[in-house]
Design a protein around this ligand. Structure first.
Ligand SMILES: [Zn+2]
Ligand SMILES: [Zn+2]
Length: 273
């Protein structure tokens, strides 16, 4: 797997974020001939540049949800414009529109000069229902469960030959450990978890308002969930736009005190499972 975008909320280019990277959520998972893409934040543009340099192929995209930072790279995903590429695209339906309507909507006049219809690849949309298991063939399966985020979000678990990866971003913890995160991450080789806030940002503890209710979590909760789920490795993901490289490194060090097999996601990070 390779991380193409690890930032939350909005891209953050600049000298203070150059080591972690400024692109928003996009993760590539390669399993033999199968290519799975998790989210279409601005990081997907870079993945697309690589794919168009290769012969057209099929890939499966899973969108966690349709907030800007998870879809905004899609209009710049070059292979989507190339005949011969095929994309099976999975995501949930929000209250008012389907995934395809939302992806088309962000490209509507006057916000963008090209429409979704003009993208010449084959795109097949699939609506995700909670708990559904998608069999991608070749022994690869993907299951999704709803997590806790404004407007809804799906976490995913990808399995192949006894290996598992859980992708749980844009989710806020509750008083009790989230049963859906635990289910997706049970015995997983990798848990990718929303670590947008430092615990003291989430709850300053002195009566001042923190970031509770904003739909994101902390490395400390990620460490606890990884331990409870029996996950082998924890990847801290969806970094806050206000966190510079130093802050992300601090978060990583602190998290390793709680769960030693932790790493902060950085653009270009490759993990072999
Ligand atoms: Zn997000
Ligand atoms: Zn979100």
């Amino acid at each position: 797997m390779r991380f193409w975008g690890v930032r939350g909320s909005i891209p953050t280019p600049g000298p203070d974020t150059v080591e972690v990277g400024g692109n928003t959520s996009c993760v590539e998972v390669d399993i033999g001939e199968r290519l799975i893409i998790l989210d279409g934040g601005t990081g997907i543009r870079l993945l697309g540049q690589r794919l168009v340099a290769e012969p057209p192929r099929a890939a499966t995209l899973f969108f966690s949800h349709v907030h800007w930072d998870h879809i905004q790279g899609f209009p710049f995903f070059a292979p989507a414009f190339v005949p011969g590429f095929r994309f099976d695209i999975y995501g949930g339906k929000n209250l008012s529109s389907t995934l395809s309507e939302t992806l088309a909507g962000q490209m509507n006049f006057p916000n963008f000069p090209v429409t979704l219809d003009q993208m010449a690849s084959t795109m097949v949309f699939h609506q995700f229902d909670d708990g559904r298991l998608v069999d991608l063939g070749g022994g690869v399966s993907v299951r999704g469960l709803m997590l806790n985020h404004p407007d809804g979000v799906y976490g995913y678990r990808i399995e192949h030959e006894g290996r598992a990866l859980a992708y749980c971003t844009d989710t806020e913890h509750r008083d009790q450990p989230d049963a859906h995160v635990l289910e997706l991450a049970a015995g997983a080789d990798i848990l990718i978890y929303d670590a947008q806030y430092l615990p003291e940002e989430y709850d300053p503890g002195d009566g001042r308002p923190g970031k509770q209710g904003w739909g994101h979590s902390t490395y400390a909760v990620g460490a606890e969930l990884a331990r409870l789920a029996g996950a082998r490795r924890l990847v801290l993901f969806h970094h806050d736009p206000g966190h510079d490289d130093e802050t992300v490194a601090l978060m990583e060090r602190r998290c390793r005190d709680l769960f030693p097999a932790s790493v902060a996601a950085r653009e270009g990070l490759v993990i072999d499972i």
